[in-house]
Design a protein around this ligand. Sequence first.
Ligand code: AMP
Length: 589
Amino acid sequence: MPSETIRKTPLDRAAANLADYPAVRQSFTWASARGLLRGLPGGGLNVGYEAVDRHATGERRDAVALRCLGPDGVTELTYGDLLRRTNRFANLLDQLGVGRGDRVFSLLGRGPELYVTALGTLRHASVYSPLFSAFGPEPIRERLARGDGMVLVTTPELYAQKVAPVRDRLPNLRRVLVTGDGPPPPGTSSLNAGLRTVEDRFEVPPTEPGEMALLHFTSGTTGRPKGAVHVHEAVVAHHVTAAYALDLRAGDVFWCTADPGWVTGTSYGIIAPLTHGATVLVDSAEFEARRWYANLAEHRVTVWYTAPTALRMLMRHGAALPAGYDLTALRHVSSVGEPLNPEAVVWGQAALGHPVHDNWWQTETGAIMISNFPALDIRPGSMGLPMPGVEVALLARGEDGRAEVTDEGQVRVVDSPDTVGELALRRGWPSMFRGYLHANARYAKCFAGDWYLTGDLARRDADGYHWFVGRADDVIKSAGHLIGPFEVESILMEHPAVAEAGVIGKPDRVAGEVVKAFVTLRPGAIADDELRLDLLAFGRRRLGVMAPKEIAFDNHLPHTRSGKVMRRLLKAREFGLPEGDLSTLENAR
Ligand code: AMP
């Protein structure tokens, strides 16, 4: 039965990095975890230094850091190569007048340039911000503008499709560097030509642990996307959580299937495995079941970090398919990003030889906070137990479904098992976000006293395992990507036929949720299939992967008295659920 506990043997326990969870949880301090890293020679801490220099100047200099599977074959970069390549990139930033703290963005597919851009920027003590290459021009423009992007590294194709159309609305974007050896499009310069003009020696400048290192955009229910600020000392959490939750060690072949355009693909696709001296497998291609099994087998992947949507897609191909591949190198399988159904946990055991270990975290937490650990029994369907060093609470909720906070900033912790509350974390872990860029009030609203309020609802069973219940707000999770309804609604409302839009997540068996939009048309517009197709295409062109997959015409969108579309009610109507308290509904008056 899927929901039965999966027991770990004494052998499993003894073999894990975190063999004795209760003992480590009791004695753990973040200061001692900091001691697992080297730190800069003159003091200070730099993410890029811990990922690259530490190994490039030590025993693992000639070990493969990145094995990139590209359209033209395999490219391998050793730690030594990575040092030289990122040295050049950092020198190029110097030459371009990019200073510490200035923002360097990437809009790239999964290939060596992306890793060199990220690590070169971090080693330069500038701030790295990734953009997802499947975004459309609007989300890209929005993030570059809000993040004060000074430099963008991209491909000529992505530039032409997604940046050139909005470039005149990005006055502060000083430089666009394009990959490849062809002539750079007008308004850009060649990355390779620039790299050839600079030396391959560079020293990481003194960097304070509290200096800004990474800017990751995420979405909320209302307003524009938020730029979550992370600092260099986050690397302490990246490193130790990868050791404990993912069981990573030097010499592992590690594959994180999350795109590096998102936080998981950065914290665990770039930084954490390199701080451990692992070999990171990078595949530029999109999902294809046979290819994925072949990757696991041929590259002798030992630790695999993937996502529920990907696992569900593999499951659809049946359990017989993996039997044709040699997966004996695999030691640990983990998943994150959206609820993992119990069947997928159990399927892992049969198909991959290992159960899938679900874990939980979010952009703001920077690193894994709750996990099914390698040495602990798994409760399929549960997110697991808190990471050593992380204190989790469930907070009693008020009428709006979120944690109830008194005027004095007090909250009430729910103690009884199996009671739903808002998941909260006690501040103080090193990868906690330190702000939303240019949005101090929004940041302050995420905290009540010492607690960071996650916006997720969960319950805890009598044995301390946490179970995801849902979001307390209206954000949508589609194929692991967080989508803000407001961002989608705003773009739809730019279509000449649309007067108003309300956007919800509609359950989908594979992607978890897909975006569905309800639109009210302007007078004179005709609600027919032609317009529906036009709106779908308009969404895809402007928003890329964030676009709605379904459009419904609705001239009676429900509103609150303050005039906002009530997405909650749209959802309830869509799914035939009770409509709940309608006292704030405009036409209920
Ligand atoms: P993001 O900030 O894009 O990484 O999205 C974070 C959100 O994804 C969380 O707040 C949850 O709503 C959801 N999430 C992440 N991991 C899990 C998980 N293991 N189970 C259920 N939901 C998850």
